[in-house]
Design a protein. Sequence first.
Length: 178
Amino acid sequence: MPDLDALFDDYARRHPEESTEIALFRDFLASDDAIFERSHPPGHITASCWLVSADGRQLLMTHHRKLGRWLQLGGHCDGDRDVHRAALREAEEESGLADMQIDTALFDIDRHRIPARGSEPEHWHYDLRFVIRASGDEDFVVSDESHNLAWRDIATLAAAADTEPSIRRMAGKWLARN
């Protein structure tokens, strides 16, 4: 299981400009043992994937069924404290891809409010994002969690004004490191 303190120490060294957000995550991580459970009322840890093609030029995105927006793959940890395993599980479940490699360093973090829906109250997602690279067949299968999936050019995502802000931020990080 990954050492979350070590992951955040490494992330803080690479992204000192995100110190305020990092502090919010560290406080949340120390707040309660139930933070990996979807039922934790204030919010919970989620694990997302910057799922790139083998050549690193494209990102696999989901047109999210509940949110109706194009986003990165990922979701709830459902009690699993191994965020690497949770991210890979989400990538596999949502894409149908099998041959993938995870970069165990934190790629991005994002805290976002989830509005109340049905019996579920408003809460926060503390999203830990990891690079996952497709290393085999890149023919995806659309799961029941998505309206659709599509490979999108990362440079185009970084430049487009209508790209979701956190996707644009991650595209910029990806292009800067490659």
